[in-house]
Ligand binder design. Structure first.
Ligand code: PGA
Length: 233
């Protein structure tokens, strides 16, 4: 299973170092066999060795250059980062990234062999428009994306479930994941208000290959517990 933490705009570099140290200690102690990914804030990137794969929440599709406020390949190489989150709903809907710009980013980092966690998911009004309209909308987020890329992981995250405490029913997750597996055989994570109290049942679902956790991953003990649920399956 793939258990991923998106730390978003939380934790300082010092706090992130401690977080990773505690997480590594836990993984070593339990001899966990899960693939554990952590996406810290950019200023918290640091040299890291251990079981945890540290990725970046965003980067511009460039080696370097004049892109104020962005980082590129040179900055990622400094810390040996080879994993990137692309298409997160906050990048799409808050920061205004278009499908076209996401495809450029995807192709740039794909050509470099990066592990890419590519996020898709519908806003509430698309969900309320019915299953067909919703799946049509999600399909547009696959446009231009090489769904056969060997280092691709997809995360299905309904926008209305992110950070809200709301989650689809397990039946819904199962149905949508089965449909999405027809679009790509890449590992498929579920994300959106996953927490200790619901992670176990989500992880047990067919076609769920892991979870992408935001708020509830900020507590390293809770995140470690979610890793242990996957170990117990
Ligand atoms: P959440 O965020 O777990 O806080 O809902 C998930 C995500 O945005 O990846």
């Amino acid at each position: 299973m793939i258990i991923a933490a998106n730390l978003k705009t939380n934790l300082t570099r010092q706090e992130t170092d401690k977080y990773l140290e505690d997480l590594e200690e836990y993984l070593n102690k339990t001899k966990s066999t899960q693939e554990v990914l952590v996406f810290p804030a950019m200023t918290s990137l640091n040299h890291h060795s251990g079981k945890v794969i540290v990725g970046v929440q965003n980067a511009y599709p460039t080696k370097n250059g004049a892109f104020t406020g962005e980082i590129g390949l040179d900055q990622l190489n400094e810390f040996g980062v080879k994993t990137i989150l692309i298409g997160h709903s906050e990048r799409r809907h808050v920061l205004g990234e278009t499908q076209e710009s996401l495809v450029n980013k995807f192709n740039f980092y794909k050509d470099l062999g990066f592990k890419i966690v590519y996020c898709v998911g519908e806003p509430l009004e698309k969900r309320e428009a019915g299953k067909e309209a919703m799946m049509r909308y999600i399909s547009t987020q696959y446009e231009g994306i090489d769904t056969t890329y060997e280092n691709l992981i997809i995360a299905y995250e309904p926008v209305w479930a992110i950070g809200t405490g709301l989650t689809p029913t397990v039946e819904d997750i199962q149905t949508i994941h089965s449909d999405l597996k027809e679009k790509s055989l890449a590992p498929l994570l579920y994300g959106g208000s996953v927490k200790v109290s619901n992670a176990k049942e989500v992880l047990a679902l067919e076609n769920v290959d892991g979870i992408l956790v935001g708020g509830a991953a900020l507590n390293v003990k809770d995140f470690s517990d979610m890793v242990s649920f996957a170990d117990d399956l």
